[in-house]
Design a protein around this ligand. Structure first.
Ligand code: CMP
Length: 227
């Protein structure tokens, strides 16, 4: 990846939004990019963490593996998102596994460079706090939904959250360009792939959404009903 491309990408990353050109140049010199094929483990839970990652291209999921190999998905990240900050901030091992769901190009910022950047750019630290607060809100809502909603409600909520994060407002509603696979959604809302498939088909039959491959169009009555 060219330096100019990295520079442009970093400017679009929310946590670096207040960093001036000089600061971005410094970050560029410290960052390396690395390509990962689809389905590769970027790092595993319990590994020592020594870097922050920013997604240049591709997508990843944050997952835990249960004893029996059951996969629990905690979050999905897209280009411009960052992950791996927790182990750097609290000096504990990685809290979860991160796996690519597409072939991906990741920017890697080592611990020392990250710490130096934070010292020189306190607004980045404040932006990280704000993002962590948002992630905690999402986690709270997921925990609540697991006990309070039935499976269809959880699938609906998942789609509305996804639309909020990365949907495009179009005339007919909100368009999600790339939804996760049905299995990944199932791992997120604690159900089976078949149930997710049934829920999506039922929503479509009722005219609440329209599916076209990985694209999902949520109609207004869908997100006003699901909250
Ligand atoms: P770290 O613990 O270093 O490695 C795993 C990363 O996954 C973690 O940093 C966060 O970036 C991310 N992560 C862990 N749990 C969650 C969660 N519940 N929601 C969103 N991201 C998470």
């Amino acid at each position: 990846m060219m330096n100019q491309e990295i520079r442009d990408l970093l400017k679009g990353v929310s946590i670096f939004s207040n960093v001036d050109d000089n600061g971005i140049d410094k970050l560029c010199d410290l960052i390396v990019s690395k390509d990962y094929p689809k389905d590769s483990l970027v790092f595993g839970q319990e590994e020592a963490g020594d870097a922050l990652f920013v997604i240049a291209e591709g997508r990843v999921k944050v997952v835990l593996y249960g004893e029996s190999g059951k996969e629990i998905t905690l979050s999905f990240f897209k280009p411009g998102d960052f992950f791996g900050e927790m182990a750097l901030l609290d000096d504990m091992p990685r809290s979860a596994n991160v796996v690519t769901t597409e072939s991906s190009s990741l920017l890697i910022l080592k611990r020392d460079a990250f710490k130096r950047h934070l010292e020189e750019n306190p607004t980045t630290a404040i932006n990280i706090l704000s993002e962590l607060s948002m992630r905690l809100r999402t986690a709270d809502s997921i925990i609540g939904n697991l006990t309070l909603l039935d499976v269809y409600g959880r699938v609906a909520h998942f789609l509305v959250d996804l639309a909020r994060q990365e949907g495009e407002t179009v005339e007919e509603g909100i368009l999600i360009h790339k939804r996760p696979t049905q299995q990944d959604i199932a791992n997120m809302v604690n159900t089976s792939r078949e149930t997710v498939s049934r829920a999506l088909n039922e929503f479509q039959k009722r005219g609440l959404l329209k599916m076209d491959g990985k694209k999902v169009l949520l109609r207004p009555q869908f997100y006003t009903e699901a909250g």
